[in-house]
Design a binder for this molecule. Structure first.
Ligand code: 5RP
Length: 220
């Protein structure tokens, strides 16, 4: 599994062009991409990061991390996913970084998604759908999503039993038991609930390219 992730991360380097500012996602697959990016760091202007975790890794490698407000639109965003369907629509947010990931994906001309083969599905929803929520709205949003989808919202806890807090100071609800037949519709509907910051469905803005790690990697 980790070898597939490494192969996907390394393949994505082919999309990096000289002088680029590269949007960088979050997760174990992206960590391999960051390590590969470090080898060509003198050819790029810097990176825009989707999480404190990725920022730390980029800086460890001496890659400058820039503010999206200062860079303007990006040419390229590279990120992983928890699930990917045949239309390159994704579930993301297993690493709780979905909101900043969505912002950078929206700001980018090309979104290259890097996954291992286990992430490919026909219908999204077996992986619990992450939703980032303002803390005071947690119960309200859980009730509304349950009524809307019949899925089961679960407040994400960290290993020490405390509620996970995102880089933006919010909480995560993971919606279990979904089979998402209309990802664009569900993304819009969940986004309408007051208190929802963002939902980890990337359907309105799917990936443009999906690299499935393997020997050789498959490019979809
Ligand atoms: C983080 C994400 C990640 O891209 C997703 O969870 C995949 O992670 P990994 O590459 O570790 O399997 O969306 O919020």
């Amino acid at each position: 599994m980790s070898e597939s992730k490494r192969l996907a991360g390394e393949k994505a380097i082919e999309y990096v062009e000289d002088g680029m500012i590269v949007g960088v996602g979050t997760g174990s697959t992206v960590a391999f991409f960051i390590d590969a990016l470090a080898r060509i760091k003198d050819r790029i202007k810097g990176a825009v990061s989707s999480s404190d975790q990725s920022t730390a890794r980029l800086r460890q490698h001496g890659i400058e991390v820039l503010d999206l407000n200062a860079t303007g639109p990006l040419s390229l965003y590279v990120d992983g996913a928890d699930e990917c369907d045949p239309h390159k629509r994704l579930i993301k947010g297993g690493g709780a970084a979905l909101t900043r990931e969505k912002i950078i994906a929206e700001a980018s001309q090309k979104f290259v998604c890097i996954v291992d083969p286990s992430k490919r599905v026909d219908v999204l929803g077996k992986f619990p759908l992450p939703v980032e929520v303002i803390p005071m709205a947690r119960s309200l949003v859980a009730r509304e999503i349950q009524a809307m989808t019949r899925g089961q919202p679960v407040w994400r806890q960290s290993a020490d039993g405390a509620g996970v807090v995102t880089d933006n100071g919010n909480v995560i609800l993971d919606i279990h038991g979904l089979a998402i037949v209309d990802p664009v519709g569900l993304e819009q509907a969940i986004n309408q609930i007051p208190g929802v910051v963002s939902v980890g469905l990337f359907a309105r803005r799917p990936a443009d390219v999906v690299i499935v790690g393997g020997e050789p990697p498959i490019v979809l």
